[in-house]
Design a protein around this ligand. Sequence first.
Ligand SMILES: Nc1ncnc2c1ncn2[C@@H]1O[C@H](COP(=O)(O)OP(=O)(O)OP(=O)(O)O)[C@@H](O)[C@H]1O
Ligand SMILES: [Mg+2]
Length: 505
Amino acid sequence: MNPKEQPDQDFAGISPAEFFYRNRQMAGFGNPTQAVYSTVRELIENSLDACEDAGRPPMVTLSTVAEDANTITITVEDNGSGLPYDEVAQAFGRVLYGSKYERRQRRGTFGLGVTMAILYGQITTDSPVFVHTQSSEGPGREYGLLIDIENNSPIVVSEAAQDRCSLGTSVSISLKGDIKRAQDRIVDYLRLTTVGTPNARIAFDINGEIQGSFGPWTSEMARQSIPVKPHPRAVDLELLRRLLKEFRGDTIHDFLVASFQQLGVRTASKLLAFMGIDPKIPTEALTRQDYSRLCQGMRHFNGFSSPDGRCLSPIGEVPFIRGVSSVFNPSLLSYTRQGVFEWEGNPVILEGVLALGDAFPPADTPTLYRLANRVPLLYDASEDVLTKVVKQVNWRRYGFSKPQPVGLFLNVSSTRIPYRAAGKQSLAHISEIEEGASLLLKSLGRFLNGKISSSGAASRNRRKRREYSELIGIVAKYSSALAGYDSPPSTGPIVNKLFEVGEDE
Ligand SMILES: Nc1ncnc2c1ncn2[C@@H]1O[C@H](COP(=O)(O)OP(=O)(O)OP(=O)(O)O)[C@@H](O)[C@H]1O
Ligand SMILES: [Mg+2]
């Protein structure tokens, strides 16, 4: 083609901050109501991660103040680990920067959440975020920060020493948004957050008026997840290249043992024999073809154990049951767990609680509450793999011949949650997760079998008993007053007799 015929085109690169500024709906900041909800969610998530890092039961306060008809300031304060001063500007003023890229379960994943909220606040109100942080390392400090969107770097507008009497972090963001429309979702989110993190206390106030507080439902601390090495089946050419760059030893055999989990001395020898590679080859002598061979071999060798689950922190049976019981007050409930199983070398644990009670709307299938790494997912349910699996189950077989008030709580724990988008609201259709969830639901369904009708009768019976007890009490009160007695006789035995109460009632 003649160069003169080429159309004029301007080429340019953009920064990650610019990308998310242009595509903010991908991260959950598509409209003012969703932006308020996402800001709350990102701040609370970070606070809970920081409290677990500090090993303290989370005490988190969410406050919102209406600045004018459609501008609000959202502040979340925690008793977490705090941040080193020299990381504050980057952590809050640079998109895709954070402390959670290691291989262990955290609520945060991308290094994006709070910076998106700050960016949204900045473009809608032109005001900086205020971050105050105080750790056991030193006195408190407050920062005012903006993001230079074109260059993806922080602009520090103020910085001053400021001691507060408590340790932790508080983050204040002003943004255009509609708290009234977002409020119900926020309250649902906070309640469900304490189901996933039952040792947390979360308080919520609007314009200085306390709206409520949730938890703690247990004092039991969540199991701390620990960072692990990659599983051999998680390998790809890029990971292999990076691990080889970090390796300070000599042979390929030593490299495999040092760099991967579930790959001890004996397994490494078997793997290399399987691939026909000499275990004594120095890693420096490996060619590009060897890299491909290694990757292929590691993905197809079937002598590895499942991934190490110590990098995960599931809710656990007793805390999960406590959380659901405290928030929904069900009459019956059951817990089951699947895993550790694996997808693409990543460990996964699935936990489920099925609960029966008046708090759940009667329906043909259980009402699904989704959690991922303990975080409730309240948007995009129809696209989620867990919704799909719940729909596939034949619930009539488990007692749903007519609508039933049943809640189903599913929590997926993994070092890599397969979110469909950066807004972290729904899970992609991963076949291993689908199979695991399907097994879990079968086991929970079996528990439900036969219990639904009997528990329905039991709850009707309890209601009737309460009503009779109140009425008989009133009759006893007035008749004893008429007869001139000081106090009415006990009516308990009469009610018990009427309802033939046994030991289990
Ligand atoms: N309340 C807090 N206490 C301590 N550190 C915090 C707090 N909030 C944010 N940080 C630090 O700031 C970093 C960036 O937070 P951000 O929410 O943008 O990303 P993330 O939590 O790592 O991942 P995600 O994008 O999934 O939220 C975090 O990784 C953490 O190191
Ligand atoms: Mg975060």
